[in-house]
Design a protein around this ligand. Structure first.
Ligand SMILES: [Zn+2]
Length: 53
């Protein structure tokens, strides 16, 4: 029988850090790259921190 194991993607942390890059225009009209970091539920385990088998 399969047993739940610590999710290798998030290490059991249930969330993973995602980084989204966007290009925005600053006050001088120059385009600058910005990165947005945010946490979202792990896609591998669905936010449970465990995977089966
Ligand atoms: Zn996970």
């Amino acid at each position: 029988m399969a047993e739940p194991q610590l999710c290798p993607a998030c290490g059991g942390g249930r969330v993973t850090e995602k980084i989204e890059y966007t290009v925005e225009t600053d006050s001088r009209g120059d385009q600058v790259a910005r990165e947005h970091r945010y946490l979202s539920p792990c896609g591998r385990c669905g936010g449970t921190g465990e995977v089966w088998g």
